[in-house]
Design a protein around this ligand. Structure first.
Ligand code: 8YV
Length: 326
């Protein structure tokens, strides 16, 4: 059986895969074009992908042997799930293993944004620090403030817990479905409608999956509802925020600051975001710790090998509704 590991991965994970299947690897870590990906997958039974590889019906039609695609990510907006289900191709992702690490980073980015850590560090490095002043890089408190969470899945819950239990924050959230009362009580989080969330949050964190329905969930109209002192942190996906509208709101100080780990069209970054000072920019690293990236790679390998050797993949996306492979 042949598999493609579409991007570079820990060598130990490749060694493990090679004990069971024939592996084509990409340790140079080139991002394949759609054509090259299709070509390389055309004789494969399985693949490990990342958010950079788009798997859709046109690609699957050119890969008749493909039975499983294991994403090394919890988000899977790079997959056309109905197209894969209709063609009998199992898709898997890596939930749970990155929850706490990603929540740590979301909290760190929110704090860096509220306390202007990146902006003040650039100032110091540029040799501009001459004296202490009462209002130099004055920011806003995190402890005791209102934390707003848009999207209350596993990562949202882990951020809520940090805010409520660690920092004495009032936590409000908006999600299509409200959590059961016992879970809300445990997180000390209160459901509010989206407009209330935008109006009342001192620090708004986005943790919802990307879909056509969440495209530009935060645009000019939503930003206009936020407090001028508020911060916005996006660790979810590019495209959920209208980056041009956000850059304008930051430039005009209609909100205080933003922290962004994800961007529309990344790795390209909207040029206006690069010229406003009150934004902390990081290159999609929220899950990037050694232990978590290793756990993600291991889980992707578990899913791939189970699917190809008659086992039960631990974290399938489309096990239900999967048509027989024709
Ligand atoms: C990944 C992520 O690093 O899991 C996700 O959804 O966004 C990140 O943890 C990235 O998607 C690469 O696959």
């Amino acid at each position: 059986m042949k598999v493609l590991v579409a991007r570079a991965v820990f060598p130990e994970v490749l060694e493990r895969l090679r004990r069971h299947v024939e592996v084509e690897a990409n340790q140079d870590d080139r991002v394949y074009s759609a054509e090259e990906l299709r070509e390389r997958l055309s004789d494969k039974d399985g693949a490990i992908t990342t958010g950079s590889e788009r798997i859709d019906g046109a690609l699957l039609d050119a890969c008749p042997r493909l039975r499983v695609v294991a994403n090394m990510a919890v988000g899977y907006n790079n997959f056309d799930v109905p197209a894969a289900s209709a063609r009998g191709v199992l898709l898997t992702n890596t939930p749970e293993v990155l929850t706490e690490t990603t929540a740590d980073f979301g909290f760190a980015l929110m704090m860096a944004t509220a306390r202007r850590i990146a902006e003040s560090e650039h100032y110091l490095r540029a040799g501009r620090w001459q004296k202490w002043s009462y209002d130099m890089f004055i920011g806003s408190d995190v402890h005791g403030a209102t934390l707003g969470i848009l999207g209350m899945g596993r990562i949202g819950g882990a951020i809520a817990r940090r805010g409520a239990h660690g920092f004495g924050m009032r936590v409000i959230y908006h999600n299509r479905s409200r959590l059961p009362a016992a879970q809300e009580a445990a997180l000390r989080a209160t459901w509010v409608d989206k407009a209330t969330l935008l109006r009342e949050a001192d620090h708004l964190v986005l943790v919802l999956p990307y879909s056509a329905g969440s495209h530009h969930a935060i645009g000019a109209a939503e930003l206009a509802l936020m407090k001028p002192t508020a911060t916005l942190t996006n660790i979810a996906r590019g495209g959920i925020v209208d980056d041009a509208a956000l850059a304008a709101a930051l430039r005009e100080r209609r909100i205080a600051a933003a922290g962004l780990d994800v961007f529309e069209g990344e790795p390209a970054v909207h040029p206006d975001l690069l010229t406003v000072p009150n934004v902390v920019l990081t290159p999609h690293i929220a899950s990037a710790t050694v232990a978590t990236r290793r756990a993600m790679a291991d889980l992707a390998a578990d899913n791939l090998l189970a699917a190809l050797t008659g086992g039960t993949p631990p974290t399938p996306i489309n096990a239900e509704g999967l048509q027989p492979r024709g």
